[in-house]
Design a protein around this ligand. Structure first.
Ligand code: NG6
Ligand code: CA
Length: 502
């Protein structure tokens, strides 16, 4: 009897020790932040002291990538561990799209949930809600984040420039008024709210010409898509990021005694850039710079809170961006005219949407004070690898994973032996990296996006760059090195043809 007792007690002690050791994870995911936008990545015209501090205590990666040069596919990959170009329907979603994350597969969130973590998402979602386009915005918006592994969710559905501009908490729009039901349409106008197109005089920030952010006006800003109703539920742009911060902190406070996984997806510095009053004009670089300062401040607030609660040592923080930078992405917000020599993409070519490096090579910092080393790592790493790496960290065998690679030791700075091969997804073409070589498949789409003035990386000829010698992708070596170019072309083809297990 005593032996059995001892075994039980021993088991309880060891499992409680284990549960104490499990780190909390705060995954901070920002929107459209470029490789050169932070002072720890070399920016001199803007200072981001809080993120710099995080970089000092953790590992700062110089060759880390989102899977894609836009938001929805990058976020899909993060959640699923599957390259988004394998799945139709994973490009930038409208605000009324149905959920694209499968509810019957392991996600980054359900991985933690199955291990007994409290899981939460606060911020931008952009992976669809409900099972079809037409939905009852006044009812339960199911399935959503809560059906794919999050115990708690406080989100806005798509992007800040897309309707509906409301918060959705655990499947329901908050501050909903039954007498003022919400309707959303992306094809035709609904209700009587003025649009930016009809009433540009009502706009506090004009839309850029030809970008089309001129449908329903909310908070003096023209949006993509039409909405009516829900007047009390609509957030203001100045308030929304502060609300997200407050909710993220509330989630941490509630779960401080329990292992938690928080996916905190900030909207900054995505358009429309309309920072809170405190930050307006602070950067001297226009609202884009101000939004970056606001974002840095929010990261600092989270770090401070973790320290004050005494859980900073055993909390793993990831900081990264969903795609590269863009200046004019729909609004006349002086992002271009007030740039003042700042280089959002740093030394890289291209930007958001691009198959050149600036499309997907983004800032990434990982810090787990108790376990990770500090320093700079040049290892090749992708956000798609979090699925396999966190599975490893949690001791979970996950057979569904195919494209994700276990990079836990790289993430913790224990080795710099990262990936050897990675696929990058621009808006209209794919590229493959193998060691120092990068091959971009030929593509007949425009070389430059006329709206954003970004070089997309498209070229009817194959492109090959030696990133060790030419990180700015200036010299196309495809005709000088046909063997390498052909090898990479067929490797890319082979990877494309691989079937996923689902
Ligand atoms: C583009 C929008 C851009 C932005 C982007 C999504 C136009 C002309 N441009 O289609 O403003 O909303 O979609 O950005 O409509 S992302 O970071 O969420 O991918
Ligand atoms: Ca984005």
């Amino acid at each position: 009897m005593n032996r059995i007792k001892a075994i039980i007690i021993g088991f309880l002690i060891s499992s409680s020790v284990f549960s104490q050791q499990k780190p909390n994870v705060v995954f901070i995911y920002v929107d459209d932040l470029g490789y050169g936008d932070l002072s720890c990545y070399g920016a001199t015209k803007i200072s981001t002291p809080n993120i710099d501090k995080l970089a000092k205590q953790g590992v700062r990666f110089t060759n880390a990538h989102s899977t894609s040069a836009t938001c929805t596919p990058s976020r899909y990959a993060l959640m699923s561990g599957i390259y988004p170009w394998r799945k139709a329907g994973t490009s930038i979603l409208p605000g009324d799209a149905a959920l694209i994350v499968p509810t019957d597969k392991t996600t980054l969130a359900s991985l933690f949930q199955k291990e007994g973590y409290q899981t939460g998402i606060v911020g931008k979602w952009h992976l669809g809600l409900g099972d079809k386009l037409e939905k009852e915005w006044n009812g339960e918006l199911k399935p959503g984040p809560n059906e794919v592994g999050f115990d708690y969710s406080f989100i806005f559905p798509a992007t800040a420039d897309r309707v509906p501009t409301v918060f959705v908490e655990n499947n329901r729009v908050i501050a909903l008024d039954a007498n003022d039901p919400i309707q959303v349409d992306y094809k035709k106008k609904v209700g009587n709210d003025p649009t930016g197109k009809e009433h540009p005089e009502l706009l506090k920030m004009p839309s850029s010409l030809n970008h089309g952010h001129n449908n329903t006006i909310v908070n003096g800003i023209g949006r993509i898509g039409y909405m009516s109703g829900g007047n009390k539920a609509r957030w203001s742009d100045e308030e929304m990021p502060l609300t997200f911060l407050a909710k993220a902190k509330e989630f941490i406070e509630t779960n401080k005694k329990h292992p938690f996984f928080l996916y905190y997806a900030l909207t900054e510095p995505h358009v429309p850039r309309m920072p809170s009053t405190l930050f307006k004009g602070k950067s001297n670089l226009g609202y884009r710079g101000d939004a970056i300062l606001q974002m840095d401040w929010a990261v600092g607030e989270i770090m401070k809170q973790l320290e004050n609660l005494g859980i900073a040592q055993n909390t793993l923080i990831v900081f990264s961006s969903d795609n590269g930078p863009v200046l004019d992405d729909g609004y006349q917000d002086e992002a271009v005219s007030k740039l003042n020599g700042h280089t959002p993409a740093g030394v890289l070519r291209g930007g958001k949407y691009s198959t050149f490096e600036a499309g997907t090579r983004v800032p990434m910092i990982i810090s787990w004070p108790k376990k990770s080393k500090s320093g700079v790592s040049e290892a090749l790493l992708s956000q798609i690898d979090f699925m396999a790496s966190f599975s490893k960290m949690l001791n979970i065998k996950n057979n569904e994973i195919t494209d994700s690679e276990d990079m836990l030791d790289v993430m913790l700075g224990k080795t710099t032996k990262g990936r050897t091969i990675l696929i990058e997804q621009g808006i209209s073409s794919l590229a493959i990296l193998r060691d120092n070589w990068k091959y971009i498949e030929p593509n007949n789409r425009p070389a430059i996006d006329l709206l954003t003035n970004i070089e997309l990386g498209n070229n009817p000829q194959p492109q090959l760059y030696d990133l060790n010698k030419d990180i700015g992708e200036k010299e196309n070596l495809a005709s000088q090195q046909p063997k390498i170019a052909n090898e990479l072309a067929s490797l890319l083809q082979k990877i494309k043809e691989q079937k996923n297990k689902d």
